[in-house]
Every structure is written in C-alpha cells, then in structure tokens.
Design a protein around this ligand. Sequence first.
Ligand code: IPE
Ligand code: IPE
Ligand code: MG
Length: 255
Amino acid sequence: MLEGPSSTPPSPEVNSVPTHIAIIMDGNGRWAQNRYMPRIAGHKQGVETVRGVIKACMERGVSFLTLFAFSSENWRRPSDEVASLMQLFLGALEQEISKLHENGIRFKVIGDLSRFEPKIVEFIDIGEKLTANNSQLTFTIAANYGGRWDIMQAMRKMMAQSIESPIQIDEEIFSKYLSMNYAPEPDLFIRTGGEYRISNFLLWQLAYTELYFTNTLWPDFDVQELELAIQSYQQRERRFGRTSEQVQIALPAEG
Ligand code: IPE
Ligand code: IPE
Ligand code: MG
C-alpha cells in the first residue's frame, strides 16, 4: 500500500513513556506578580522547576527533553527583563553544566546564538562538547529560538550546499538541516501557564505531537504535574492518519 509523501511516523508509537517531551515553560512572570515580587523572581524559581523536571524525566526513562527558554520574540520585552534573563541563563550554564555531565546528560542548545553575548556562546559550546557522548537524557534548551527561524535557516543551509536538485528534496532530506536533527519529533508537548498557543516553538516537529495544556504556572509545575501530563498522553490514541480500527489491529496483543 502506498503511504504517500509524508515524513510523519509511519506507525503509531506504543511506548507508554514518551520518548521526547517538549515544554513551553510559561507563567514565571505571573507567578512572581501573584506574590508581589519582580518578574525575575519567577524566572529564578522557574530554574528550580527545570531541575526537578530533568530529574523526573531521567527517572522515568524519557530520552529527550526540550525546553523553550527564550523565543525570538522575547527580545520585545523590557530591556531590564531581557538583561536579567541573560544573566540568569549565564549563571545557570556556569553552575549546571558540570552537574549535567556528572549525571550522564547530553546538553544541547537550539536557536540563533548570534545575538547572545560571547560568554554565553562560549559556555554553550563548552557544555555541548563536554557532554556530547553522554547517553542518559538529551536535554535541549531552545534559546532565541523560533520555529520559523529554524525552517528558514534549514532552507538557507540546504540551498547553500545545493547537493539535491529541487525535485529530489523531500521532507526527510529537508529535516536533516533543522537544528534539532539529532532528535525524534516530540511525542508530548506541554505548555504551562494557561495559554493555548505554540508561540513559534517547534513548528515543523510538532506536526503529530500530542498537545497538553495546563493552567499551572511553570514555577509550580512539579513531578505530580508532569505525571498528570504523561498520564494524559498515555490515554491518547495516536493514529497518524489511520482509523482507530487500523490502529487496534496493528497493536501487539497484550499478555
Ligand atoms: C515564561 O514565563 C518564561 C519566558 C518567556 C522567558 P513568562 O515570563 O512568559 O511568564 P508570564 O507569561 O508573563 O506569566
Ligand atoms: C514564549 O513564552 C515561549 C517561552 C516560554 C520562552 P511567552 O510567554 O513569551 O509567549 P507568548 O508571547 O505569550 O505567546
Ligand atoms: Mg508568558
């Protein structure tokens, strides 16, 4: 049977634990404002949440965790908030890279690094190189990332190399130029903070991802909240275009 020219996974995943979880960490500012604290206090607390989520993903056997930390649009924020976020990012890189390495975590950053200060770029580089051969969990931070930026940079790179003639380019070839070419597409997408939008996150890769939204603000997102998201994911039937009956037949018999 012809499958058609789609690069989305050919058969439904039956893994109970998502292989790849991608999260938009939203609600830091509101968390702080609810406590009459400056927004940056929420961002700081958000870093604590990141630690907990990494640990929980390791324990559950998740292979890829991707977190949206700063979007291409976040430069539009007040300059003091942007500056504080950069300081926080730099501090976290300084403190955490060795710990990530000790825990066997591979660290990656996706996004346009050209706008970051040299020190940040340097730490990212050191971190990626140091942890390159680790295999416990691939932890990706999306920083100055935008899904449209990613598609554009992939297209430019592909055209500059011009190995393929246009007629030969297919989804699989193109996706090799995307910045997250080392990871399978996310199985589960989580957005905290009660907003129902993708905000220019992984546009290409989210084509068939299961979406989960929660009102919980990121600093309050704990292991139980992650558990709820995974439980919701486990109740989904991933059909990838097929009918429910087809999916049921393809599933291996239980027992
Ligand atoms: C998300 O929290 C973190 C970043 C975008 C850096 P927000 O800062 O967007 O928090 P809210 O949405 O204002 O509450
Ligand atoms: C953007 O969050 C994604 C990140 C968490 C970095 P925002 O809170 O800035 O998203 P919008 O602009 O409100 O959609
Ligand atoms: Mg927000």
